[in-house]
Write a protein that binds this ligand. Structure first.
Ligand SMILES: Nc1nc2c(ncn2[C@@H]2O[C@H](COP(=O)(O)OP(=O)(O)OP(=O)(O)O)[C@@H](O)[C@H]2O)c(=O)[nH]1
Ligand SMILES: [Mg+2]
Ligand SMILES: [Zn+2]
Ligand SMILES: [Zn+2]
Length: 413
């Protein structure tokens, strides 16, 4: 376990990082350099007329949607400024490099960029859809936390690309397209928890959560990884997803009804160990660590689709139990699941994965989850609907690591 002191988040005056990292271009921006954007004309309001924003057009690769009221610089400390042209006050902020909107909640709260990586078909997009839904509903309630999108584009993208197809129409999600075809857009949320101390007053703590869905295809070759996955270098944490069906040794533990791996044939570039090695190299470039030195970024490694495993394999195991603990991280449960997944990996001749992670990262933890809860049928979610199982575990552990969730040992010790 890591002993590096963690900055407490949400406490005024204790910033957890220097400046703001733009979730679009990853420039590190001192707060006073954040630009403002005029709110423009609307109804009877006489704001500035839209003009072509060259920086934004360059970022998106198209002039469509890049005609907006102008940006201007002003002291960004108060979160509002008057437009020098039309005199109207605005609270809309923008990145000085790429001119994408920086939601004010994002500027005001410590941000954490979480990258989701894994080979093609590992279950990343499905996981994002389900995890966010869980956080907005059941898990959010349990944690006394709200999860709110920081900008309209996040709301649109989540609905269009994740929630509507998978959760409403119950269709499996399409393969994520390569970042080579257009910029990879983040999902930016503000997670706010109310914490009640036994004697102190309740207080709110916020964390801006930036999630990236990666195309597994982009992690196959080093060139694409370098060019299009710059966000990996900015990641504060990594969730690495592993499909047990891609581990040859695991086939014996899989239910008979499960079809063979869809990614047919041997593709060494897509093997979990090779994918994580590529991501690790990218992270090393930013951190400038020497080869033998462990990386400080926490890594949650999770088996996905554990509904495919034979029921006998999980019986009486930690993974079979549902998670205990309400609004806290149960550290006993955490240790038990970690040990069980480690044992499974070794049993499946994938112990290398665990060994490699131990060598490369100061802090890694193993998980097992199912986003769908059951086998899909003919391109659709199974008849019982989406029934996630332990899907929130990796995120709870990261929140614990970020200092936003307490860890307890119900058994004492
Ligand atoms: N049994 C089971 N299958 C799942 C689960 N989650 C995903 N799958 C299957 O895995 C397939 C791929 O899931 P995606 O979420 O699209 O995978 P991805 O990692 O985003 O893939 P790329 O976008 O190509 O990188 C789905 O179409 C489902 O068939 C799960 O929880 N249980
Ligand atoms: Mg995908
Ligand atoms: Zn930017
Ligand atoms: Zn104006």
């Amino acid at each position: 376990m890591m002993t590096r002191p963690l900055a407490r988040v949400g406490i005024p005056g204790v910033p957890s990082r220097q400046g703001i990292t733009c979730p679009y271009c990853f420039a590190s921006v001192p707060p006073q350099r954040v630009l403002f954007r005029c709110r423009g004309q609307s109804g009877r309001r006489q704001g500035c007329a839209p003009v072509l924003d060259k920086e934004l057009a360059e970022y998106t690769g198209s002039t469509a949607g890049a005609s907006l009221p102008p940006v201007f610089s002003a002291s960004g400390r108060k979160g509002r400024a008057d437009c020098p042209e039309c005199g109207l006050p605005t609270g809309n902020r923008a990145c000085p490099e790429c001119h994408n909107p920086l939601p004010s909640a994002y500027c005001d709260s410590p941000g954490r960029i979480v990258a989701l990586v894994g080979a093609k078909n590992a279950g990343k997009s499905t996981y994002i859809a389900v995890l966010l839904h869980e956080l907005m509903n059941r898990v959010g309630t349990e944690l006394d936390a709200s999860l709110v999108a920081c900008d309209d584009r996040t709301i649109e993208r989540y609905k269009r690309d994740f929630a509507r197809p998978l959760l409403e129409e119950r269709r499996l999600l399409p393969t994520t397209t390569s970042a080579a075809t257009g910029p990879r857009e983040p999902l930016v949320y503000l997670l706010t928890r109310t914490r009640r101390g036994r004697f102190s007053r309740a207080r709110n703590e916020s964390l801006a959560l930036v999630l990236f869905d990666t195309a597994g295809e982009d992690l196959r070759s080093r060139e694409v990884t370098d060019l299009h996955l710059r966000y990996l270098e900015a990641a504060d944490a990594v969730i690495f997803l592993v499909d047990p069906l891609e581990l040859p040794g695991a086939r014996a533990g899989v239910r008979d009804a499960v079809p063979g791996p869809r990614v047919a044939g041997e593709d060494p570039d897509s093997e979990p160990l090779n994918v994580i090695a590529r991501v690790t190299e990218t992270l090393r470039q930013r951190h400038g660590t020497r080869p033998g030195e462990p990386l400080p970024v926490p890594v949650a490694v999770s088996l996905t689709k554990i509904d495919v495993l034979r029921p006998g394999l999980l019986e009486q195991s930690a993974l079979h139990r549902s998670r205990s603990g309400q609004g806290v991280l149960d550290l006993d449960d955490r240790d038990a699941v970690n040990e069980q997944v480690r044992a499974l990996l070794h049993e499946w001749q994938a112990g290398q994965l665990d060994t490699y992670l131990g060598q490369q990262y100061a802090d890694h933890a193993l998980f097992g989850l199912s986003a769908l809860g059951a086998l899909p049928e003919r391109g659709r979610v199974g008849a019982g609907g989406v029934r996630p199982y332990r899907a929130e575990d990796p995120l709870l552990w990261l929140l614990y690591r970020f200092g936003m969730l307490d860890g307890v040992r119900p058994g004492g010790g």
